[in-house]
Design a protein around this ligand. Sequence first.
Ligand code: GUN
Ligand code: ZN
Length: 439
Amino acid sequence: MSVTAVKAIRASFFDFSATAQEAEAIADCARYIEDGLLIIEAGRVVSLQPWKEGCGNADVIDLRGKLIVPGFVDTHIHYPQTEMIGAFGEQLLEWLNQYTFPVESQYHCPQHAAQMSAFFLHQLLSNGTTTALVFGTVHPQSVDALFGAAEALNMRLIAGKVMMDRNAPDYLTETPETSYQQTRELIERWHNRGRLSYALTPRFAPTSSPALLEKVQQLRTAFPDTWLHTHLSENPQEIAWVKSLFPEQEGYLDVYHHYQLTGRRSVFAHCVHLEDKEWDCLHDTQSSIAFCPTSNLFLGSGLFNLQRCWQKGVKMGIGTDVGAGTTFNLLQTLGEAYKVCQLQQYKLSACEAFYHATLGGAHALDLDNAIGNFNPGKEADFVVLDPAVSPLQQLRISNSKDIWEKLFVLMTLGDDRNIAQTWVNGQPVWQREEKERAA
Ligand code: GUN
Ligand code: ZN
């Protein structure tokens, strides 16, 4: 199939036509078309309409029985941690020292980085994720490998080289000057190349000296349309450590804010233990949060307060945070988000959950003009979901009364078996084999 050819797909469709400022408004933007026709051309959506007899020709791709939703958006993930997912026993700071840093050291090797990049992107696509905001390692070659592999697939991806100059092993630290120079070269090589974008990626405040943060600030001033991607307020020991390392700042977020690293394209992972004034600062600067439920549970970090996030008007997307997170799959991640909310008496509806995984995530990444729904002109990234792939799912779906209940069953019982196909830029890039589903 050529990239420019018109394609027409018949199936059920679900998306959100506009972003929402409050949880209650999401359902008003939801659009479910039980029997619809999606037309795409040159990698973009031309139209999505209810099916009418005679409106399609013989070339319509018939996916009746499947549910098509916009590609999932993962707002926080570490590709080099793929190989240490599910590491036993430790909370954040010990987990970093014991498992994470040794694994990340391997990415000085371009061959290893290329092999793992291919594996990582395959994991994203086979789980229906078409866009992600990704941490590399401190090695520029880690990011060259990832961007090269994503470019070959024409994926919309944002990534960056980790910047860190203290409180980590010597084999992973650099000087502020080297960090600046290598990051600058990567930006010049990759930022705005096709569908790729660059994120300045200081790991977190404890591994950043004031001199390094000044360099990040200089880069942001020089390249104001780059993203900023880091961690914030994940774990109580981490927060106490930041306060002791930066006593002159009022709190954790102030460290980043002082260096003007907050803002519309700034994405802060976790934000589990924010103080009131930190919520206000995130709102006032239009910064975004990546809520990473499986990671927060796995590392015992705490419960993200989604209700407070809405009250404070802070943009939020869902992150898997692999390898502290325990799955690449956004359906499973939404199921865990539901449980995190249950523990705080907040009911995360399927409607709201799918919003966060699609258009809401795109909004949090400031990409909602390009991706996130089937509005005309949007880039045609989408997932073909098989709503029931096991006897239990078939039983439960067969007694679901409406689309909301079906979506809730998908986020409660669903996993990678439910991802039938993944399309990127109007092209099918991944398709589940029947035998894979049976496995
Ligand atoms: N904080 C600093 N680095 C990391 C990391 O790699 N994973 C998580 N979850 N938190 C971090
Ligand atoms: Zn992380």
